[in-house]
Structures are given as structure tokens and as C-alpha cells.
Write a protein that binds this ligand. Sequence first.
Ligand code: ATP
Ligand code: MG
Length: 300
Amino acid sequence: MAADAPAVSAQAGFVEAQAERVGEGEPAGPDAARRAASAAVHTVDLTRRFGPLVADDHVSLDVGAGEIFGLIGPNGAGKTTMIKMLATLLPPTAGRAWVAGFDIVAQPHRVRRRIGYLPQMISTDGTLTGYENLLLSAQLYNIPRRERAQRIHDALVRAKIEDAAGRQVGHYSGGMVRSLEIAQATLHRPAVLFADEPTVGLDPVAYLAVWAHLLDLRDQGMTILVTTHNMEEADEHCDRVAVMHTGRVAVVGSPAELKAQVGAAATLNDVFIHFTGAVLEQGGEFREILRTRRVARRLS
Ligand SMILES: Nc1ncnc2c1ncn2[C@@H]1O[C@H](COP(=O)(O)OP(=O)(O)OP(=O)(O)O)[C@@H](O)[C@H]1O
Ligand SMILES: [Mg+2]
């Protein structure tokens, strides 16, 4: 049956996931099972330790199908670790999670077929052309040979980089690189896209282009889980956000709900400070900040 076929569209991919879900990896109890089945992402006490450090500490979250959901929080709060676990790149230490209805530990292959992952680090190959990078992704995702040219063409058009398809990516602008990376991460039309700081280091024009691309994908039915340090970005584009702090979820809600909780004229920056008690001494380690700056520099 269709279990091993690539999803034909983001919407269909998700619907397919709903239809073929099997007993294997099901959570205990009818309510938990219903939530795991209907949410794009459902986590229960998801935990990841690195030695004595608890990067994610009993995180329980639901992301609805078709939502743009933001993970925000200081450097080192556990956002990337969370995304890596959900993308099946890092095993959890404890707790459970389902993505597009499938258990990330018991059914990783099914999860992988239904997700796209846009890493915090630059993932595209600067020595290849945009077309060649997309061809690699097509091969990686087992897109049938006869469909590849059309899929790549559609992705280039959606990313608005079709005129640069034959150029080496090393000569692309930062916005074009990010658009290409999004195209690569979504070539197989996943149900859920994990985008880790997709706009870091971009100028305002590139920022708008990347968001036009992401919103277009959302309009196709894709669920997008995004991280950002830009509170205006989260406020404008996220249906809901989770504020993370030292591995825990401090609060979840729509930007409007969270701002109302903090004060009449509160901004999302105020929400961030309120729920994280952010002070300069906390936040990420030196090497993380260095890494983010390096990405930003390469894109700018
Ligand atoms: N492979 C690893 N080994 C050891 N510690 C790690 C590893 N990966 C992450 N950590 C630690 O886990 C914590 C959470 O890191 P994570 O990258 O998830 O944070 P983040 O919220 O994405 O931060 P940023 O906003 O800087 O990207 C940090 O203290 C980090 O140093
Ligand atoms: Mg991160």
C-alpha cells in the first residue's frame, strides 16, 4: 500500500499519514492516541540530555496541521536540539514524540519521508549550481526519475531563482541560498517543514522573499515549525509560539494571547523577557554564538 510511496503533495502527504497510521508506536490511552494522530507534531515529556546538561526537559507540545509554529527562546534554550529530535537526527533521552502521526523512535523512516529539514547551518553545496543541488535532493528523496525535471522546475519557480538555476551557488546572494535550501528541503513535498533560523543574517529584501516562499508552502498545506531570535518575525508570521527557556517550555500561545498576558502595550520582545527572565549571562555558549555569526556572515 501507499505506506512507502512519497507523498504527492503536502496536504495529501499529511492526509496519507492520517489514513495509514498503524498501531505500532501508538501512545497509551485514547485521548493521547487522538492527539498524536491529529497533530502535525505531538510531544510528551520529550527530553534530551548531553551528559549532565538537560538541553530539553520534559517538553510537551502540540503543533496543529497547517500551522506556522514558532520556537523562541535565548541561545542554548534547546530549540535546535528539539528540532533535531523531531527530525529523527538525534535520539531523545526520554519522552515520546509523533510527527505527521508517526513515532520518531519507533517509525523514523516514515517520519523522514514526511518532513523537510532546513538546518541552522548552511546545507547547500556552493560548488554546484542551484539545479545540481536540487537534483541531489531529488535523488536523496527518491523522487521518480520521470518526475524530477518538472519537480525541480516547479521548486525553482516557487523559490523565484529559476533564472539562476545554472549558476554556481557560491555566487548566489544570501536570500537566494536560503530560498534554494528551502526548495531542497521541500522538493519531496513534506507534510512538516522544520526551519531552524531560516532568516538569520538576511537583508530586508531577502527576508521578505524567504517569507513569501514559506507562506506559499504553508498555503499548499505544509505545517512549518520555525525558530527565530527576531520577535517581530515571530509576531508577524507565527500562528502560535512556544517560549523556551533552559530546556523547558515557559508558555505557549498566539502572539496576541501572549502579549495580552504580559501587558496592554506589550510587544513580543516584552513577552520574551517576561517568560525567560532573560539576562545577558544566560544564553548560549561562545561557540554557538560564533556559529550563528558565521552563518549570518556567509549569507550576507
Ligand atoms: N552535541 C552536543 N553536545 C553537548 N551539548 C550540546 C550539544 N548540542 C547542544 N548542546 C547543548 O544543549 C543546549 C541547547 O542547545 P541548542 O542548540 O538546542 O539551543 P538553541 O536554543 O538552538 O540555541 P541558539 O538560539 O543559540 O541556536 C546548549 O547548552 C548546548 O550547548
Ligand atoms: Mg539553535
